[in-house]
Design a binder for this molecule. Structure first.
Ligand code: FE2
Ligand code: FE2
Length: 394
Protein backbone atom coordinates (compact mmCIF):
# COMPACT_ATOMS: atom_id res chain seq x y z
CA UNK A 1 0.00 0.00 0.00
CA UNK A 2 1.31 3.41 -1.01
CA UNK A 3 2.15 5.98 1.73
CA UNK A 4 -0.28 8.87 1.80
CA UNK A 5 0.93 11.92 -0.07
CA UNK A 6 -0.08 15.55 0.32
CA UNK A 7 -2.93 14.87 -2.08
CA UNK A 8 -4.01 11.57 -0.62
CA UNK A 9 -7.49 11.33 0.98
CA UNK A 10 -5.90 10.56 4.38
CA UNK A 11 -4.54 14.17 4.55
CA UNK A 12 -7.92 15.73 3.70
CA UNK A 13 -10.30 16.03 6.63
CA UNK A 14 -14.00 15.58 6.25
CA UNK A 15 -16.02 18.81 6.24
CA UNK A 16 -17.88 20.31 9.22
CA UNK A 17 -17.23 19.14 12.78
CA UNK A 18 -14.50 16.72 11.75
CA UNK A 19 -12.57 19.60 10.15
CA UNK A 20 -12.65 21.57 13.41
CA UNK A 21 -11.55 18.56 15.44
CA UNK A 22 -8.70 17.76 13.09
CA UNK A 23 -7.42 21.34 13.11
CA UNK A 24 -7.74 21.70 16.89
CA UNK A 25 -7.59 18.23 18.40
CA UNK A 26 -8.17 18.02 22.14
CA UNK A 27 -4.95 18.45 24.06
CA UNK A 28 -3.47 15.49 25.82
CA UNK A 29 -2.38 15.93 29.41
CA UNK A 30 1.20 15.98 28.23
CA UNK A 31 0.46 18.78 25.76
CA UNK A 32 -1.42 20.79 28.39
CA UNK A 33 1.48 20.46 30.79
CA UNK A 34 3.97 21.43 28.13
CA UNK A 35 1.90 24.51 27.31
CA UNK A 36 1.71 25.47 31.01
CA UNK A 37 5.46 25.03 31.36
CA UNK A 38 6.03 27.26 28.33
CA UNK A 39 3.66 29.91 29.72
CA UNK A 40 5.53 29.91 33.01
CA UNK A 41 8.92 30.16 31.28
CA UNK A 42 7.59 33.06 29.16
CA UNK A 43 6.29 34.76 32.33
CA UNK A 44 9.70 34.36 33.97
CA UNK A 45 11.41 35.92 30.95
CA UNK A 46 8.85 38.71 30.65
CA UNK A 47 9.70 40.79 33.72
CA UNK A 48 12.46 41.43 36.25
CA UNK A 49 9.92 42.50 38.86
CA UNK A 50 9.76 39.47 41.19
CA UNK A 51 6.31 40.16 42.78
CA UNK A 52 4.73 40.66 39.33
CA UNK A 53 6.42 37.53 38.07
CA UNK A 54 5.26 35.38 41.00
CA UNK A 55 1.70 36.63 40.55
CA UNK A 56 1.71 35.72 36.86
CA UNK A 57 3.21 32.29 37.44
CA UNK A 58 0.67 31.40 40.11
CA UNK A 59 -2.21 32.62 37.93
CA UNK A 60 -1.02 30.31 35.12
CA UNK A 61 -0.79 27.40 37.55
CA UNK A 62 -4.23 27.93 39.05
CA UNK A 63 -5.76 28.08 35.57
CA UNK A 64 -3.75 25.13 34.24
CA UNK A 65 -4.84 22.84 37.08
CA UNK A 66 -8.42 24.14 37.09
CA UNK A 67 -7.83 24.84 40.80
CA UNK A 68 -9.38 27.30 43.26
CA UNK A 69 -6.24 29.12 44.30
CA UNK A 70 -2.50 28.88 44.73
CA UNK A 71 0.16 30.36 47.00
CA UNK A 72 3.87 30.97 46.95
CA UNK A 73 5.75 31.25 50.25
CA UNK A 74 9.34 32.37 50.77
CA UNK A 75 11.29 31.53 53.89
CA UNK A 76 12.25 34.25 56.37
CA UNK A 77 15.16 32.59 58.21
CA UNK A 78 15.42 35.38 60.82
CA UNK A 79 11.89 34.74 62.08
CA UNK A 80 11.62 31.08 61.16
CA UNK A 81 8.51 31.74 59.08
CA UNK A 82 7.13 31.09 55.62
CA UNK A 83 5.86 34.38 54.22
CA UNK A 84 3.31 34.55 51.42
CA UNK A 85 4.48 36.43 48.31
CA UNK A 86 1.38 35.37 46.43
CA UNK A 87 -1.76 34.18 48.18
CA UNK A 88 -4.64 34.16 45.74
CA UNK A 89 -7.92 34.86 47.47
CA UNK A 90 -6.03 36.75 50.19
CA UNK A 91 -5.15 39.87 48.24
CA UNK A 92 -3.94 42.65 50.50
CA UNK A 93 -3.30 40.35 53.46
CA UNK A 94 0.05 38.77 53.95
CA UNK A 95 0.26 35.36 55.56
CA UNK A 96 3.06 34.29 57.87
CA UNK A 97 3.28 30.69 59.01
CA UNK A 98 5.76 29.03 61.37
CA UNK A 99 8.15 27.19 59.03
CA UNK A 100 7.49 23.89 60.81
CA UNK A 101 3.68 24.10 60.66
CA UNK A 102 1.29 22.18 58.46
CA UNK A 103 1.84 20.64 55.07
CA UNK A 104 3.82 23.68 53.86
CA UNK A 105 6.23 23.27 56.76
CA UNK A 106 6.55 19.55 56.03
CA UNK A 107 7.41 20.16 52.35
CA UNK A 108 9.75 23.01 53.27
CA UNK A 109 11.83 20.84 55.63
CA UNK A 110 11.66 17.54 53.70
CA UNK A 111 12.25 19.16 50.27
CA UNK A 112 9.82 16.50 48.96
CA UNK A 113 6.76 17.38 46.84
CA UNK A 114 3.36 16.23 48.08
CA UNK A 115 0.10 15.25 46.43
CA UNK A 116 -2.76 15.34 48.95
CA UNK A 117 -6.03 13.69 48.00
CA UNK A 118 -7.91 15.05 51.00
CA UNK A 119 -6.21 17.43 53.41
CA UNK A 120 -8.86 16.88 56.10
CA UNK A 121 -7.76 13.23 56.34
CA UNK A 122 -4.10 14.23 56.80
CA UNK A 123 -2.78 14.77 60.35
CA UNK A 124 -0.20 17.26 59.10
CA UNK A 125 -2.86 19.65 57.79
CA UNK A 126 -2.92 22.92 59.76
CA UNK A 127 -6.58 23.84 60.41
CA UNK A 128 -5.53 27.09 62.03
CA UNK A 129 -4.50 28.43 58.60
CA UNK A 130 -7.92 27.51 57.21
CA UNK A 131 -9.57 29.38 60.05
CA UNK A 132 -7.47 32.47 59.34
CA UNK A 133 -7.97 32.34 55.58
CA UNK A 134 -11.62 31.21 55.80
CA UNK A 135 -10.81 28.64 53.13
CA UNK A 136 -10.47 24.88 53.60
CA UNK A 137 -8.73 23.11 50.73
CA UNK A 138 -9.23 19.38 50.26
CA UNK A 139 -6.97 18.48 47.35
CA UNK A 140 -3.48 19.99 47.44
CA UNK A 141 -0.27 19.99 45.42
CA UNK A 142 2.88 21.22 47.14
CA UNK A 143 6.44 21.55 45.85
CA UNK A 144 9.56 22.96 47.54
CA UNK A 145 11.51 25.84 46.03
CA UNK A 146 14.98 24.39 46.33
CA UNK A 147 17.27 25.88 43.68
CA UNK A 148 20.50 24.76 45.37
CA UNK A 149 21.74 22.12 47.80
CA UNK A 150 20.89 22.88 51.39
CA UNK A 151 17.70 24.23 52.90
CA UNK A 152 14.75 25.06 50.65
CA UNK A 153 13.93 28.75 50.16
CA UNK A 154 10.16 28.42 49.92
CA UNK A 155 7.10 26.39 48.93
CA UNK A 156 4.54 26.56 46.13
CA UNK A 157 1.07 25.12 46.64
CA UNK A 158 -2.06 24.72 44.53
CA UNK A 159 -5.39 24.02 46.22
CA UNK A 160 -8.91 22.94 45.42
CA UNK A 161 -11.98 22.16 47.50
CA UNK A 162 -12.78 18.98 45.53
CA UNK A 163 -11.10 15.93 47.13
CA UNK A 164 -8.93 13.98 44.64
CA UNK A 165 -8.91 16.88 42.17
CA UNK A 166 -5.19 16.51 41.32
CA UNK A 167 -3.35 13.62 39.66
CA UNK A 168 0.23 12.35 40.05
CA UNK A 169 1.31 13.90 36.73
CA UNK A 170 0.04 17.29 38.00
CA UNK A 171 2.56 16.98 40.81
CA UNK A 172 5.33 16.24 38.27
CA UNK A 173 4.44 19.46 36.46
CA UNK A 174 4.46 21.53 39.65
CA UNK A 175 7.80 20.00 40.56
CA UNK A 176 9.23 20.93 37.14
CA UNK A 177 7.90 24.49 37.38
CA UNK A 178 9.34 24.89 40.89
CA UNK A 179 12.87 24.63 39.43
CA UNK A 180 12.93 27.86 37.32
CA UNK A 181 10.70 29.65 39.86
CA UNK A 182 13.13 28.71 42.64
CA UNK A 183 16.11 29.96 40.63
CA UNK A 184 14.27 33.21 39.92
CA UNK A 185 13.47 33.66 43.64
CA UNK A 186 17.09 33.06 44.52
CA UNK A 187 18.29 35.56 41.90
CA UNK A 188 15.79 38.16 43.10
CA UNK A 189 16.91 37.61 46.70
CA UNK A 190 20.60 37.98 45.79
CA UNK A 191 19.86 41.10 43.73
CA UNK A 192 17.97 42.70 46.62
CA UNK A 193 20.72 41.80 49.09
CA UNK A 194 23.31 43.34 46.77
CA UNK A 195 21.27 46.53 46.44
CA UNK A 196 20.81 46.79 50.20
CA UNK A 197 24.53 46.29 50.70
CA UNK A 198 25.36 49.00 48.14
CA UNK A 199 22.83 51.45 49.66
CA UNK A 200 24.13 50.88 53.18
CA UNK A 201 27.71 51.40 51.98
CA UNK A 202 26.76 54.70 50.32
CA UNK A 203 24.86 55.89 53.41
CA UNK A 204 27.72 54.94 55.73
CA UNK A 205 30.28 56.62 53.47
CA UNK A 206 28.33 59.90 53.33
CA UNK A 207 27.54 59.83 57.07
CA UNK A 208 31.23 59.35 57.88
CA UNK A 209 32.03 62.39 55.74
CA UNK A 210 29.26 64.61 57.12
CA UNK A 211 30.22 63.67 60.68
CA UNK A 212 33.51 65.58 60.28
CA UNK A 213 31.66 68.88 60.61
CA UNK A 214 28.57 69.41 62.82
CA UNK A 215 27.45 72.24 60.52
CA UNK A 216 27.20 69.93 57.52
CA UNK A 217 26.20 66.70 59.21
CA UNK A 218 23.14 66.11 57.03
CA UNK A 219 24.24 68.15 54.01
CA UNK A 220 24.67 65.06 51.79
CA UNK A 221 21.25 63.67 52.75
CA UNK A 222 19.63 67.06 52.09
CA UNK A 223 21.30 67.45 48.68
CA UNK A 224 20.21 63.92 47.75
CA UNK A 225 16.60 64.66 48.80
CA UNK A 226 16.44 68.01 46.98
CA UNK A 227 18.00 66.54 43.83
CA UNK A 228 15.54 63.63 43.77
CA UNK A 229 12.62 66.00 44.40
CA UNK A 230 13.77 68.23 41.53
CA UNK A 231 14.10 65.21 39.24
CA UNK A 232 10.52 64.18 40.13
CA UNK A 233 9.32 67.74 39.37
CA UNK A 234 11.11 67.60 36.02
CA UNK A 235 9.47 64.27 35.16
CA UNK A 236 12.81 62.50 34.94
CA UNK A 237 12.96 58.74 34.89
CA UNK A 238 13.14 56.67 38.12
CA UNK A 239 16.61 55.51 37.13
CA UNK A 240 17.78 59.16 37.00
CA UNK A 241 16.19 59.80 40.40
CA UNK A 242 18.10 56.86 41.87
CA UNK A 243 21.32 58.04 40.19
CA UNK A 244 20.85 61.50 41.76
CA UNK A 245 20.13 60.02 45.19
CA UNK A 246 23.49 58.26 45.22
CA UNK A 247 25.29 61.24 43.64
CA UNK A 248 23.78 63.59 46.26
CA UNK A 249 25.05 61.37 49.06
CA UNK A 250 28.53 61.11 47.58
CA UNK A 251 29.08 64.47 45.82
CA UNK A 252 31.29 65.99 48.54
CA UNK A 253 33.18 62.82 49.38
CA UNK A 254 36.39 64.62 48.35
CA UNK A 255 36.11 66.79 51.48
CA UNK A 256 37.64 63.84 53.26
CA UNK A 257 40.92 65.30 51.96
CA UNK A 258 40.18 68.87 53.13
CA UNK A 259 42.00 69.89 56.34
CA UNK A 260 39.70 70.11 59.36
CA UNK A 261 41.06 73.59 60.15
CA UNK A 262 39.48 74.78 56.89
CA UNK A 263 36.29 72.72 57.11
CA UNK A 264 35.41 73.99 60.58
CA UNK A 265 37.04 77.45 60.53
CA UNK A 266 34.84 79.81 62.58
CA UNK A 267 35.07 82.65 60.08
CA UNK A 268 35.43 83.44 56.40
CA UNK A 269 38.07 81.50 54.50
CA UNK A 270 41.12 83.30 53.15
CA UNK A 271 41.70 83.16 49.41
CA UNK A 272 44.29 80.39 49.84
CA UNK A 273 41.98 78.43 52.12
CA UNK A 274 39.12 78.80 49.66
CA UNK A 275 41.37 77.48 46.88
CA UNK A 276 42.16 74.47 49.09
CA UNK A 277 38.45 73.96 49.81
CA UNK A 278 37.69 74.03 46.07
CA UNK A 279 40.00 71.07 45.55
CA UNK A 280 37.40 68.79 47.17
CA UNK A 281 35.56 68.55 43.84
CA UNK A 282 38.59 67.07 42.10
CA UNK A 283 39.20 64.83 45.15
CA UNK A 284 35.58 63.59 44.84
CA UNK A 285 36.23 62.67 41.22
CA UNK A 286 39.39 60.73 42.07
CA UNK A 287 37.77 58.85 44.97
CA UNK A 288 34.57 58.00 43.08
CA UNK A 289 36.60 56.84 40.07
CA UNK A 290 37.99 54.09 42.32
CA UNK A 291 34.50 52.65 42.88
CA UNK A 292 33.37 50.08 40.34
CA UNK A 293 29.85 51.48 39.77
CA UNK A 294 27.45 49.39 37.69
CA UNK A 295 25.90 50.75 34.46
CA UNK A 296 22.98 52.18 36.47
CA UNK A 297 25.44 54.64 38.05
CA UNK A 298 27.55 55.31 34.96
CA UNK A 299 29.43 58.64 34.93
CA UNK A 300 29.17 59.03 38.72
CA UNK A 301 32.78 60.13 39.24
CA UNK A 302 32.98 63.04 36.85
CA UNK A 303 29.32 64.17 36.92
CA UNK A 304 28.97 64.19 40.73
CA UNK A 305 32.31 65.98 40.97
CA UNK A 306 30.99 68.66 38.58
CA UNK A 307 28.46 69.98 41.13
CA UNK A 308 30.30 73.32 41.43
CA UNK A 309 30.46 73.97 37.67
CA UNK A 310 28.53 77.10 36.53
CA UNK A 311 26.95 77.79 33.13
CA UNK A 312 29.14 80.89 32.57
CA UNK A 313 32.34 78.90 33.10
CA UNK A 314 33.12 80.44 36.49
CA UNK A 315 32.81 77.16 38.38
CA UNK A 316 35.28 74.41 39.25
CA UNK A 317 37.11 72.03 38.95
CA UNK A 318 37.16 72.31 35.13
CA UNK A 319 35.43 75.62 34.37
CA UNK A 320 32.89 73.85 32.13
CA UNK A 321 30.36 76.01 30.28
CA UNK A 322 26.69 75.64 29.30
CA UNK A 323 25.89 72.33 27.63
CA UNK A 324 29.27 70.93 28.67
CA UNK A 325 27.73 70.52 32.13
CA UNK A 326 25.49 67.42 32.31
CA UNK A 327 21.91 67.96 33.47
CA UNK A 328 22.48 65.83 36.59
CA UNK A 329 25.41 68.07 37.63
CA UNK A 330 23.27 71.21 37.09
CA UNK A 331 20.55 69.70 39.33
CA UNK A 332 23.11 68.83 42.02
CA UNK A 333 24.56 72.35 41.80
CA UNK A 334 21.20 74.03 42.55
CA UNK A 335 20.40 71.51 45.31
CA UNK A 336 23.85 72.03 46.84
CA UNK A 337 23.58 75.82 46.82
CA UNK A 338 20.08 75.84 48.31
CA UNK A 339 21.12 73.58 51.19
CA UNK A 340 24.38 75.49 51.79
CA UNK A 341 22.46 78.79 51.97
CA UNK A 342 19.68 77.60 54.26
CA UNK A 343 21.91 75.76 56.74
CA UNK A 344 24.01 77.40 59.42
CA UNK A 345 27.71 77.78 58.68
CA UNK A 346 30.56 78.49 61.08
CA UNK A 347 30.68 82.09 59.86
CA UNK A 348 26.94 82.85 59.41
CA UNK A 349 23.39 81.78 60.28
CA UNK A 350 21.30 79.84 57.78
CA UNK A 351 19.20 81.99 55.43
CA UNK A 352 15.43 81.82 55.24
CA UNK A 353 13.88 79.85 52.38
CA UNK A 354 12.79 83.09 50.69
CA UNK A 355 16.20 84.78 50.98
CA UNK A 356 17.97 81.65 49.65
CA UNK A 357 15.69 81.63 46.60
CA UNK A 358 16.47 85.34 46.02
CA UNK A 359 20.19 84.57 46.01
CA UNK A 360 19.62 81.64 43.64
CA UNK A 361 17.47 83.82 41.36
CA UNK A 362 20.34 86.32 41.25
CA UNK A 363 22.62 83.57 39.88
CA UNK A 364 20.07 82.55 37.23
CA UNK A 365 20.34 82.24 34.24
CA UNK A 366 24.01 83.29 34.04
CA UNK A 367 25.28 80.56 36.35
CA UNK A 368 22.37 78.25 37.15
CA UNK A 369 20.02 76.39 34.80
CA UNK A 370 16.57 78.09 34.97
CA UNK A 371 14.83 74.72 34.45
CA UNK A 372 16.60 73.32 37.52
CA UNK A 373 15.77 76.39 39.61
CA UNK A 374 12.13 76.10 38.51
CA UNK A 375 12.20 72.41 39.51
CA UNK A 376 13.54 73.33 42.97
CA UNK A 377 10.78 75.90 43.43
CA UNK A 378 8.20 73.41 42.22
CA UNK A 379 9.50 70.70 44.59
CA UNK A 380 9.65 73.02 47.60
CA UNK A 381 6.28 74.54 46.83
CA UNK A 382 4.58 71.27 46.06
CA UNK A 383 4.15 70.49 49.71
CA UNK A 384 6.39 67.45 49.44
CA UNK A 385 8.03 66.96 52.79
CA UNK A 386 11.41 68.69 52.80
CA UNK A 387 14.41 67.07 54.48
CA UNK A 388 14.66 67.62 58.23
CA UNK A 389 16.58 70.72 59.37
CA UNK A 390 20.17 70.45 60.45
CA UNK A 391 20.08 69.98 64.24
CA UNK A 392 23.38 71.89 64.45
CA UNK A 393 21.65 74.94 62.99
CA UNK A 394 19.87 75.34 66.34
FE1 FE2 B 1 30.94 70.52 47.07
FE1 FE2 C 1 27.98 70.01 48.80
Amino acid sequence: MAHPTSSSPARHPAPGRQLTEELSPPQTTCERHLETLLQVIRAIGGTLDAPVLFQRVMQHLTAAFGADRSSLFLHDPRRGELVSCVAQGLEGEGLRLPDHAGLCGHVFHSREPLLIEDALADDRFDREVSRRTRYTPRAMLLAPLAPRPGPAIGVMQVMDQRPGHFRPDDLSLLEAIAVPVGITCENARLYLAQRRQFSSFVRAFSAALDARDPCTQIHSINVANYAVGMAISMGLDRSVQEWLRVAGLLHDVGKIGTPESILTKPGRLSEAEFEEMKRHAAHSRRILAEIDFTDAYAGMAWIAAAHHEKLDGSGYPDGLRGAEIPLEARILCVADIYDALTQKRHYREGMSHERALEVIDGMTPAQLDPACVAALRSFLGAGIEAPPPNPAAG
